[in-house]
Design a protein around this ligand. Structure first.
Ligand SMILES: Cc1cc2nc3c(=O)[nH]c(=O)nc-3n(C[C@H](O)[C@H](O)[C@H](O)COP(=O)(O)O)c2cc1C
Length: 193
């Protein structure tokens, strides 16, 4: 991590976070590759979390994409309430990032086709289950057909509105909030950890 003692280091911090998010997409072992995605369930009364893989990051547009099964619970939750948060933690760097924003299910079939085409064969397997995600099974391991899955595969795009970054440095803790207004203007500030 760079020296954070100067206020102008906030720009460096934003660059640092963007770099780490991009690395999470390309590096299979990056700790930030698998954040927890929080959605709101049951009409607003229940928060719920699950691990996901970050598939793309676009720092210009301000969004990340993840892939999922359109039958999974999170799809209905996002349709009911688009507010979501992603929680990233890197134990070796002691760095946490929370990315809050709005999620939408991509409706552009070309974009979903492209995402599907880029998936490794083993990553496609989970989309071949005949029954809905979360349904009871008779055995621990479902029997899956050799092909299919594209019909239930979909892409969630999360457009970020706020980052909350926390670094547990050996000597002190550092925390910053980066906020984007609706017209895309960025505001960053140090906050009490
Ligand atoms: C390391 C890891 C990565 C995962 N990646 C994804 C993912 O990218 N997309 C996804 O839908 N589920 C992923 N899952 C499974 C989810 O955590 C979750 O069990 C599943 O999506 C059902 O969630 P839901 O019923 O809340 O929709 C992953 C699980 C683990 C442990």
């Amino acid at each position: 991590m760079t020296d954070l003692s100067q206020p102008d280091r906030l720009d460096d911090l934003v660059n640092h976070i963007q770099f780490r998010l991009a690395a999470a997409v390309s590096d299979y072992s990056a700790p930030w590759r698998t954040p927890m995605l929080a959605t709101i369930a049951d009409g607003g009364s229940t928060p719920t979390l699950r691990t996901v893989v970050i598939r793309t990051v676009d720092s210009i547009a301000g969004c990340v994409r993840i892939y999922t099964d359109r039958r999974s619970d999170k799809i209905g939750q996002i349709a009911d309430c688009s507010a979501v948060e992603l929680g990233f933690w890197d134990p070796s760097a002691s760095e946490q990032l929370r990315v809050a924003g709005r999620a939408q299910i991509l409706t552009n079939a070309d974009a979903v086709d492209t995402a599907w085409a880029g998936l490794r064969p083993e990553a496609r397997l989970i989309y071949r289950s005949a029954t809905v995600s979360g349904a009871p099974l008779d055995a621990a391991t479902p029997i899956l057909p050799d092909a299919g899955g594209r019909d239930v595969f979909t892409v969630i795009e999360i457009r970020w509105e706020r980052w909350d970054w926390l670094w547990l440095d050996q000597h002190s803790h550092h925390r910053a909030r980066i906020h984007w207004s609706t017209d895309g203007e960025r505001r960053a500030e140090w906050i009490v950890p």
